[in-house]
Design a protein around this ligand. Structure first.
Ligand code: SAH
Ligand code: DHB
Ligand code: MG
Length: 223
């Protein structure tokens, strides 16, 4: 079983489940044209995130790692009417592409895109007078995932969900001797999760057009 087959099955699911969509397709095209890396969630993963957000009736969402805004568009559309989201991106060029994609998608008024290092943007975000987030998607650099998760718990309401992308890394997460700082970041995150009483969490391995990876999901139980 190979990458080729995983990609074919993702294509099959996408054809079966996801209607052609101008805003999403032009967001991908504009991102590719601008030379952004093609590391956004797959369409069926984007819809999965949206479905989770809809399930809990999310009115406010936080995303770390915008890239060209593909996952952001999925999540922003999943908001209850009147809902808004905040998305954090370090690279000004990525943010510029994302901003144009949000305008084209008709979602600019629902999305607050902030440019900077997530670890610099999170303290001022936490200091703002705003209700806690219902849903957080952590998808920025992997070396800081453990710190992002700590902020996510702090910023999410009880009953809210935190989803962390890319926690398998081709299986490297299970290699205790890995010297990859991204893998070590994921491992520190799981160490923390193991000792974290405020959430209940699980993780799933996935294969698909994006290779062999996976995601973790945490439900906030207490603060
Ligand atoms: N969520 C996007 C993909 C994000 S890729 C999607 O699925 O469509 C990861 C993004 O995180 C990249 O755009 C990268 O520039 C950004 N990033 C890397 N380090 C960051 C940091 N310290 N703070 C905020 N964003 C960061
Ligand atoms: C990478 C980042 C991602 O968020 C992802 O989903 C896949 C790959 C990366 O940095 O390589
Ligand atoms: Mg990712």
């Amino acid at each position: 079983m190979t990458q080729e087959l995983w990609t074919a099955v993702d294509q099959y699911f996408t054809d079966a489940l996801i209607a052609p969509d101008d805003a999403l397709e032009s967001a991908l095209q504009a991102s590719a044209d601008a030379g952004l890396p093609s590391i956004q969630v797959a369409a069926n993963q984007g819809k999965f995130l949206a479905l989770l957000a809809q399930t809990i009736g999310a009115r406010s969402i936080l995303e770390m790692g915008t890239l060209g805004g593909y996952s952001t568009i999925w999540l922003a559309r999943a908001l209850q009417s009147g809902g808004t989201m905040v998305t954090l991106e370090y690279e000004p060029k990525h943010a510029e592409v994302a901003r144009a994609n949000f305008v084209r998608a008709g979602l600019a008024d629902r999305i607050d895109l902030r440019v900077g290092r997530a670890l610099d943007l999170l303290p001022p975000l936490a200091a703002e007078a705003r209700p806690p987030f219902d849903f957080v998607f952590i998808d920025a650099d992997k070396a800081n995932i453990d710190a992002y998760f700590e902020w996510a718990i702090r910023l999410t309401r009880i009953g809210g969900l935190i989803v962390v992308d890319n926690v398998v890394r081709g299986g490297a997460v299970a290699d205790a001797n890995s010297t990859d700082e991204n893998v070590q970041g994921v491992q520190r995150f799981f160490d923390r999760l193991n000792r974290e009483p405020r959430v209940t969490a699980t993780a799933l391995q996935t294969v698909g057009s994006k290779g062999y990876d996976g995601l973790a999901i945490a439900l906030v139980l207490s603060k």
